[in-house]
Design a protein around this ligand. Structure first.
Ligand code: ADE
Length: 456
């Protein structure tokens, strides 16, 4: 992180939302600052990324766009080599991302200290990087700003990919990665020039680029830097730098082994169509040396829900101010987080949590479905079809004693009619307040005002 962000810094020792004691500044970027903090309940360290001015509409400020991208991306990702998002908090003037703390700092500093890294260490870190990038791609997330400054290390020296503020997300209902306009190719020029793929520079002429292949190029630049200790393409003149990137001409240092040279050349192939893909990397002799295929398969598995810093799942949290902001039509951020899909729904009910979940249990069981509660207070219920062909996840957030927000996520096509005919109507129950009704908004705004003012 290099440039300056805005907003008054949280002073060290200040306790944020009664939960996190703020510490020293860890880094700063174009749109945010990152602070060390301590989760008061568990004593564990976290990183808190502070974005100023969440009220500015997306696109009007670097922060406006990047915190939404980062939250959207990290909410989809749970991987040992990707910084975990524990929680999102918000006040009237700031959004706070509570992130897993990478205690070892930036990988870049490690390379600078040591000049360059030994080949076996390059292989270990590169494998971790490729596992994180391949997993992200499989979840429809394209990082677009991979560089050593965004690669952190934990206390064991293992890699953590961070900073998804430039990420593009493929909508869950299509195969396109549309950070911008919904077709198969990306159009926004992102990233740091020295790490950017040639087709990203020329996208205007070629009509877009493939986010996965562009990330692979950046992985190639990173692998080169780890091994060499310097950049493959470098020039103080931006135009000359672009020309070098476009030609893909690079020279490995003399200590680079022939197999590593070959892999770097396949990654730094200026033609994205012939550039090596993740599948190709897995078969590459340098990468595949002593490769543990089972470990790789385990790394690619989708994982469970977000947890707080002490590892407790977040199923039963109260709505926080951020949720209230995003539920408010005056500043509805939710469409920006995920594409609207028919298998997600959110509505409010003028009923307490328990009676809603009780009703779901009764109706579900009457239909022969397995219904189980999750979370200490049973604020989440999961309904499963008998053959595992239908999964409904219902999260209920108590807004007030009598007002509850219900968030539904369905998967498995088999449940469509079951949902439409039985579970949906039963769940909506006697009184369904659409989120747009003035009474709900007034209530939400009242709470937001009350919480917002005490959270600054
Ligand atoms: N700098 C930026 N993000 C960080 C994190 N999650 N942990 C440690 N330092 C960071």
């Amino acid at each position: 992180m290099t440039e300056t962000g805005g907003g008054a810094p949280p002073s060290p020792g200040k306790v944020l939302f009664g939960k996190y004691e703020m510490g020293r500044l860890l880094g700063r970027g174009a749109s945010a600052k990152v602070y060390h903090a301590r989760h008061c309940a568990s004593g564990l360290g976290v990183a808190v990324k502070v974005f100023p001015n969440p009220r500015r509409p997306a696109g009007c400020s670097a922060a406006g766009d990047s915190f939404i991208r980062e939250i959207s991306a990290l909410r989809r990702l749970r991987h040992p080599h990707i910084v975990r998002l524990h929680e999102v908090l918000a006040s009237r003037s700031k959004v706070y991302l509570v992130l897993e703390l990478a205690k070892g700092g930036e990988l870049f500093s490690r390379v600078e200290e040591r000049g360059h890294l030994p080949e076996d260490l390059c292989r270990r870190l590169f494998r971790q990087l490729v596992s994180a990038v391949a997993y992200s791609h499989s979840r429809g997330v394209f990082h677009r700003d991979l560089k050593p400054e965004n690669l952190l290390l934990d206390e064991a020296g293992d890699l953590k990919v961070s900073d998804f503020g430039f990420a593009a997300l493929r909508s869950s209902s299509s195969s396109s990665a549309d950070g911008d306009d919904g077709d198969l190719l990306l159009h926004t020029q992102c990233g740091t020039p020295a790490y950017v793929a040639p087709e990203v520079l020329t996208k205007k002429m070629t009509g877009g680029y493939d986010g996965a292949k562009a990330d692979m190029w950046s992985c190639g630049v990173i692998l080169f830097v780890l091994n060499a200790g310097y950049l493959p393409f470098n020039d103080p003149n931006l135009m000359s730098l672009y020309r070098k990137i476009y030609r893909g001409y690079h020279r490995c240092p003399r200590w680079t082994s022939p197999n590593l040279r070959r892999l770097i050349a396949r990654l730094l192939d200026p033609n994205p169509a012939t550039r090596i893909s993740v599948d190709g990397i897995l078969r590459d002799p340098w990468f595949a040396k002593d490769f543990d295929a089972d470990q790789w398969t385990a790394l690619m598995q989708p994982r469970g829900d977000a947890t707080d810093p002490s590892g407790k799942p977040h199923h039963r949290r109260e709505l926080n101010a951020f949720d209230l902001i995003s539920f408010s039509p005056g500043l509805d951020l939710s469409p920006l987080f995920e594409e609207a899909t028919s298998d997600r729904e959110r509505f409010a009910l003028a009923e307490p949590v328990d009676s809603i979940v009780d009703r779901l249990e009764q109706v579900g069981r009457a239909q022969g479905l397995a219904v189980r509660r999750e979370g200490e207070n049973g604020f989440c219920a999961v309904v499963e079809g008998q053959k595992g062909d239908f999964l409904l996840r219902v999260e209920v957030y108590p807004l007030t004693a009598s007002l509850t927000v219900v968030a539904i996520e369905r998967s498995g096509g088999a449940g469509e009619s079951l949902w439409n005919e039985k579970l949906g109507p039963a769940l909506r129950g006697p009184v369904n307040l659409a989120l747009e009704t003035p009474s709900f908004i007034t209530e939400a705004e009242r709470i937001h005002d009350a919480t917002g003012s005490s959270m600054e």
